[in-house]
Design a protein around this ligand. Structure first.
Ligand SMILES: CC(C)(COP(=O)(O)OP(=O)(O)OC[C@H]1O[C@@H](n2cnc3c(N)ncnc32)[C@H](O)[C@@H]1OP(=O)(O)O)[C@@H](O)C(=O)NCCC(=O)NCCS
Length: 228
């Protein structure tokens, strides 16, 4: 409970004021990509990328079929979805949504979620790229980046992913990076039964890339993520 004399005083030096959003300083760099937690300008760009198409219309890689919405709802819904996750970040429960940029242009998103991370030491991930950016190895590169962040910088022990049985691309990336099948879950997808394969990766099983990850601005984020 805060005491009345705990209040910040007018003119108090900036360094004594806690930073409510230290994640704005975080950046991961791979050979081709920059990954930064979402910002409003980038989310607007991401929503436009999403509206241009993420998958063929006859496919549905997502358990919540957000890409089935009309364009104006999809654009607003995309931005509001990521705002809601950003607004809900707290040490016991967080999702960091990294905007994926190449040469300054937003191409997609890579999410990392931790629940009671200080105890579980487990993350789960999810991602998508605009269709025009797929099939060039970016999906592998961005997933690898957040796995290296989780295992090597945050102290994660395990990472989870999941993909429908008819999503060979996502499953291929998981296989390539060393994940093992860990059961399945059943969904009602567009009104039909669909099976999602759960995947589990330990830090030892990760198939490491040839490149090294550059990480900047992480120290100020550790308390917010309860990371070691
Ligand atoms: C999933 C996604 C992020 C992957 O990104 P990407 O840049 O297209 O993937 P990459 O190019 O890095 O790798 C794709 C791998 O899948 C493999 N692949 C693609 N189609 C395949 C098929 N039909 N069967 C087997 N492997 C296949 C490719 O050969 C490649 O592996 P390789 O590098 O060993 O050759 C992207 O395709 C996407 O956004 N898809 C739509 C949304 C989605 O499915 N999100 C994930 C939900 S779980």
């Amino acid at each position: 409970m805060r005491k009345p004399d705990d209040r910040l005083s007018v003119g108090q030096v900036d360094e004594q004021i806690p930073d409510p959003w230290p994640l704005r300083h975080l950046e991961l760099r791979t050979p081709r990509l920059s990954l930064r937690p979402d910002d409003d300008e980038g989310l607007r760009e991401l929503a436009v990328v999403g509206a241009r198409g993420v998958h063929p219309p006859e496919e549905m890689p997502f358990s919540i079929p957000w890409t089935d919405q009309p364009v104006d709802e999809l654009v607003r819904g995309t931005v509001q979805h990521f705002w809601s996750l950003r607004a809900a970040i707290k040490p016991e429960s967080w999702t960091v949504n990294f905007l994926i940029r190449r040469e300054g242009r937003v191409m997609g998103i890579q999410s990392v979620t931790g629940a009671d991370f200080a105890v579980t030491r487990e993350v789960s991930t999810g991602s998508w790229l605009g269709r025009e950016y797929q099939g060039q190895g970016f999906g592998t590169e961005m997933r690898t980046a957040v796995l290296l962040l989780a295992f090597d910088y945050l102290g994660a022990l395990t990472a989870r992913s999941a993909a429908f049985t008819d999503n060979p691309t996502s499953l291929a990336i998981s296989r390539k990076l060393g994940y093992r099948a860990d059961g399945c879950s059943i969904h009602a997808r567009r009104g039909a039964r669909a099976t999602e394969i759960r995947l589990l990766l330990t830090s030892e099983q990760l198939v490491r890339p040839q490149w090294t990850l550059d990480v900047a601005g992480l120290d100020g984020c550790r308390a917010q993520l309860r990371a070691g």
